[in-house]
Design a protein. Structure first.
Length: 416
């Protein structure tokens, strides 16, 4: 098959394809697999009941079902949802949003595709511009999204030890020199893969740096507050006219409804809606309508605080303990401070093989993790740390996570 350069670029093997394939293969195989790899959220029973109840309500009520599936929405999303969300965020945080500051996308993954390519690449004046990721390791799903190769640049983060077996990445502001080629700064908060949460001070400094350079700060809030609020630290959501805040319904337990949300100043939202129209015609209505009453009443905040956050915090604590038990005495390791999201990021400080090889060995024992090397895209210098880490998800059933971690301990033990 003869492909265009676009086809060559996007149909080739990528880290995110490997990861989603591992997820699909695990589901399709008869054999027992310990799926500690993908970013699938947990099936939290109380949440599943809530979404089922809501779906029944939609089916029972007069014309809600018809409103959900029989008409195209506008390319910026269902207006009632945009109004309800703007009102909620204004009430809670004093932001001054109107519905014109919000657009829905078909998943937040596609929101990033639109945003990155809207800012990075060759400008009409012939200038090449790039997206700066100030804190790698960073989300694998961004890595292959640029239409023009070389559109991403990143800075390695500073490692600070916060305990014998715990470390935290921080933005190294001394390495963050900003060239005229930087079109936007982007970071996920909490960070996938590490569970890091940028501090309030770090976010403010990034936002100030972006404003001083006349570029936006794109903040990926897929796990963040106010919903789904998978954050174990006390932090406030952050937005101003120069920030593009990207949210998602996926980690509320609704990844299959494919709903992302962009909050930004009007001209950015207008541009996103125009691109939505070209690429997708319209946005999906199922997610916004499922959520609408909970956003109107503000209950979505309570659901996130009462159900989602404690659920994942409990899982995080248990996983840290199991990893510590499985690896202690086997190897020199440290775990990134688990401040949010549902991943543990483990740093093996003197393993005799790379973590890519460790991933292969674990896969042969039906344990799926993600090797750290995928999360360091855009770096212009080599960093041995890239070969020393793995990401492990603790969102799945407790017995599977625990057994998967035991097998990890056994495999690492064989290396010494
Ligand atoms: N951003 C981060 C940090 C993620 O982890 C994910 C998915 O796992 C996404 C964005 C994309 O999520 P979705 O397209 O399901 O909204």
């Amino acid at each position: 098959m003869e492909l265009s350069s676009f086809g060559e670029r996007f149909a080739k093997e990528t880290g995110i394809l490997d990861l989603m394939d591992d997820l699909g293969t695990a589901a399709a195989q008869g054999e027992k697999t310990y799926m500690l790899g993908g970013g699938n959220p947990a099936h939290i029973p109380a949440l599943c009941r809530l979404w089922k109840r809501r779906m029944r309500q939609i089916l029972r009520r007069g014309c809600e079902f018809e409103a959900m599936v029989t008409d195209y929405d506008s390319p910026r999303g269902r207006w009632a949802f945009l109004e309800a969300l703007a009102a909620l965020l204004n009430r809670e945080y004093g932001w001054r949003l109107t519905p014109r500051n919000i657009a829905v996308t078909n998943g937040s993954q596609s929101a990033f595709f639109l945003l990155f390519n809207m800012y990075a690449g060759r400008s009409p004046a012939g200038r090449r511009r790039r997206i700066l990721f100030p804190l790698v390791p960073e989300y694998i799903g961004y890595a292959d999204q640029a239409l023009e190769p070389g559109s991403f640049v990143s800075r390695r983060s500073e490692i600070s030890l916060v305990g014998e077996r715990t470390f935290k990445y921080r933005v190294d502001f001394d390495r963050m020199e900003m060239g005229r080629d930087i079109a936007a700064i982007c970071a996920s908060r909490p960070t996938n893969p590490t569970g890091n949460v940028l501090t309030g001070e770090e976010v403010r400094r990034l936002a100030d740096t972006a404003r001083e350079n006349g570029i936006p700060l794109i903040l990926d809030n897929a796990y963040g507050c106010p919903f789904p609020n998978i954050i174990f630290e006390d932090v406030e959501p952050f937005w101003n006219e120069n920030v593009v805040l990207v949210m998602s319904l996926s980690k509320l337990g609704l990844p299959a409804v494919r709903t992302g949300i962009i909050i930004a100043r009007e001209e950015i939202i207008d541009a996103v809606s125009a691109m939505n129209a070209v690429i997708s015609l319209s946005t999906g209505s199922i997610g916004p309508l499922m959520l609408l009453p909970y956003v109107r009443s503000g209950e979505i905040l309570d659901i996130s605080r009462r159900i989602i956050r404690p659920f994942y915090r409990g899982k995080s604590r248990a996983a840290v303990q199991w990893v510590t038990e499985a690896l202690a005495g086997q190897t020199d390791f440290a775990i990134h401070k688990s401040e949010g999201a549902f991943f543990l990021w483990i740093w093996f400080r003197d393993l005799s093989i790379t973590t890519r090889e460790l991933y292969e060995r674990l896969k042969r024992r039906n344990v799926i993790v993600v090797p750290g090397c995928h999360f360091f895209f855009g770096l212009e210098e080599s960093w041995s740390h890239q070969q020393e880490c793995i990401r492990l998800s603790f969102s799945q059933a407790e017995e599977d996570v625990r057994r998967g971690i035991e097998i990890l301990g056994e495999e690492v033990g064989r290396l010494s």
